[in-house]
Design a protein around this ligand. Sequence first.
Ligand SMILES: N[C@@H](CCC(=O)N[C@@H](CS)C(=O)NCC(=O)O)C(=O)O
Length: 211
Amino acid sequence: MADLTFYTNPQSRGRIVRWMLEELGEPYETEVIDYADIKSDRYRAVNPMGKVPAITHRGKVVTEVAAICTYLAAVFPHAGLGPRDDEKADYYRWMFFAAGPIEAAVSNKAMGWEPPPERERMFGYGNFDRAIGVLDALFSDRDYVCGDRFTAADIYVGSQIMFPMQFKMLPESDSFVRYRDRLQARAAYKRATEIDEKIIAEMQPAQPQPA
Ligand SMILES: N[C@@H](CCC(=O)N[C@@H](CS)C(=O)NCC(=O)O)C(=O)O
């Protein structure tokens, strides 16, 4: 039995962690949490928020996608997904930028809400266009978060760009499209997508058969 358990639903941010796990190459077990059971006492014993994804490893729980990616890269250093010393500034800076300001900017925008200009100073992201513009500029002069090498930060930051782009919530700018295409060409990304799509297909209720 693997020491690493992954709690997910294939139609959730758990897809980011699946990609991370496939990049990592360590054995793990998946426990699919149906949305109907996500607030059960049993699952809230793992994540009291009743949200996926979560992992358990060495008897501890880790929740929050950005924390899970950062944790796994740190505890399995041989996978080379964590930052070298000279990459740490970019790695932590953009990982936290994506988990805080970008997540809030995108979800507020998806709800049709933006801070009024006179209140922008209260919000970590200021306004949507400025925060997204900073990310766009970042990838116009580098291939990856830390420069020329793929790290776990690309799994998280890249996903925070790719998912909203898929739903037309981010502009298909040259820099975002180049970054997305680079990430989606990765074998582990493709493998993770296939695994989750297969689980989704298996979860579909059986179609009624003609009499
Ligand atoms: N900040 C959390 C967000 C987790 C989250 O909101 N997960 C959603 C699916 S993408 C969920 O479990 N929703 C079910 C619910 O809230 O009932 C993270 O990064 O892991």
